[in-house]
Design a protein around this ligand. Sequence first.
Ligand code: MN
Length: 236
Amino acid sequence: MTKPLIGITTFNGKNDYGRMVSAVQHTYVQAVTLGGGIPILIPAILPADDLNELYSQLAGVLFSGGGDISIKYFQGEDHPKIADVDDFRDVTELTLLKQSVEDGKPFLAICRGVQVMNVALGGTLYTHIPDQVNGALHHDQDEFTTIAHPVNIDETSRMAEIFGETLLHVNSLHHQGLKDVASDLKVVGHAPDGVIEAVELPGHPYGIGVQWHPEWLTNQPVMLRLFKSFVDASKK
Ligand code: MN
């Protein structure tokens, strides 16, 4: 069977010459490749019609990590630590997420991605965990490859089936997190301090979101299974 085309959402950044680029870290591209898919980058600058046409040719969508979502989409509490808000990216990803839910198109949402998933479906976010969650662990670490905290996965979840394990050891590079969870989503993983780390969309062929960065942990077989299961679901 041919490999499925997996769209990866991108950020709008600048190169060393100060010129605008559509970009994504290589680890996402590599993780999709390791999972057996062909990565296609989705620019966050497309006119709506073109975005829709690109989307229609994708077998699955990976929502990548990045800056914070504008508080206007969830009536969030403003905070001085909110950073890297990009309205083009917000609109692009909120549109793609809603469309993927509606069409039953497989998607995997990572870090900012799981926040997009929640906001697109009507949920809200903590806009700075250290100031808004009592007793929170240090979730905003600097190193992608450092294990920061465990995550307990609900043993009756789809995700437990995918991972084949219910105790994970993950990295943590987020200062925001899910607050009020969209009613269609099921919370299936928490950090020891109660911060939500994993959600899934029951009834959808493959709608999975994680707050950590599995694309940096593919040396763990359990994390690689996530990408393989996503690509496999996208073949159907
Ligand atoms: Mn965390």
